[in-house]
Design a protein around this ligand. Structure first.
Ligand code: AKB
Length: 320
């Protein structure tokens, strides 16, 4: 394992993944070597107290460039994004934040010859024409959401910067991420997190997708592991760079409900599908992550049972 990176900037550090990735990076590389940035300041807590924080709108290239220069940054984890559901409500905002933000990161990285950039993609790159079971990494990418369109474009842009400029850009296609620290916002897979809060607090949840909706999901510890493992991988062993499928688990909404009911027997879930059902229906149910396994040793640790037990154990004392 090579650890050549020392001065890191994280965009979207207050978001669902950023808020757990930032402390993990600080633990590895030292608090002062990881600059957390977000469009909004963090609430009280370790993100603000542990290391440097700067306000950054990723569309503002000048501010991004100044921060990268003044902190002597060599690696960027570009986590800021507008997700699928918000992207359907505000398509031009999604285009701006997701693609102008990415271009700013890539151009600054090229100009300043940064060592490495992490640009996450998503299962949202897939669309109704993609095989729904075991969706291959290389397949038809015709998403029907603006978020998906920006993510396909982002993968292509990242690969372009690898091939054209020799920049080290990497990324995985995150499935729905389930976590106990920071709630997600604006995604289609958010129900799989909201449901835990409601099961523990009110014992009732109104789910916005049908009970038989199956989607690829992943627990946060596996998400952080995948991110760090890909960034540690030897560049020379990677055949792809910005489009790695990574599978954790796949389950239907009703399977998740049954699993939660093992811990909270009185929990009742109703189903009221809304516009997010169509987004969920356009994505595959399971994905093939053979390339990530072969090229950088990807292995998830959590399944539905162990993830649910851990979520209840973590959230229970905070919510009940
Ligand atoms: C969303 O639901 O939009 C995200 C994603 C799958 O990228 N969680």
């Amino acid at each position: 394992m090579t650890r050549t990176t020392h001065r890191i900037l994280v965009t979207g550090a207050c978001g669902q993944i950023g808020s757990e990735l930032t402390p993990a990076l600080r633990e590895r590389y030292g608090d002062d070597n990881v600059v957390a940035t977000d469009i909004r300041p963090p609430g009280a807590g370790h993100l603000r107290d542990q290391g440097p924080f700067e306000e950054l709108n990723v569309c503002d290239r000048g501010v991004m460039d100044t921060l990268i220069e003044s902190y002597n940054i060599d690696t960027v984890y570009h986590m800021a994004a507008i997700l699928s559901a918000t992207g359907e409500e505000k398509p031009t905002l999604a285009w701006d934040v997701n693609l102008r933000g990415l271009m700013n990161v890539l151009e600054i990285a090229r100009e300043r010859q940064l060592l490495r950039v992490f640009c996450p993609s998503s299962i949202a790159v897939f669309g109704p024409e993609t095989p729904h079971d075991c969706a291959p990494q290389t397949t038809i990418l015709q998403p029907t959401t603006m978020y998906g369109i920006t993510k396909v474009t982002g993968e292509l842009l990242g690969e372009y910067y690898v091939q054209r400029f020799g920049l080290d850009v990497r990324g995985v296609r995150y499935p729905g991420i389930i976590s106990s620290e920071t709630p997600p916002g604006g995604g289609t897979t958010d129900y799989a997190v909201d449901i835990f809060y409601q099961a523990l607090q009110s014992k009732h949840y109104s789910c916005f997708v049908r009970p038989d909706t199956v989607l690829p999901m992943m627990y946060m510890p596996d998400c952080i592991k995948a991110t760090l493992d890909l960034m540690d991988a030897d560049f020379d062993f990677l055949r792809g760079h910005c489009n790695f499928n990574i599978a954790g688990m796949s389950f239907s909404a009703e399977q998740l409900v049954s699993e939660i009911q093992k811990h909270v027997p009185e929990f009742v879930c109703e189903y009221e599908p809304d516009f997010r059902q169509a987004i969920a229906d356009s994505w595959p149910q399971t994905i093939d992550d053979a390339s990530a396994r072969a090229e950088w040793g990807w292995r998830p640790q959590f399944d539905l049972t162990s993830m649910t037990a851990d979520m209840i154990e973590k959230l229970g004392p905070r919510l009940i």
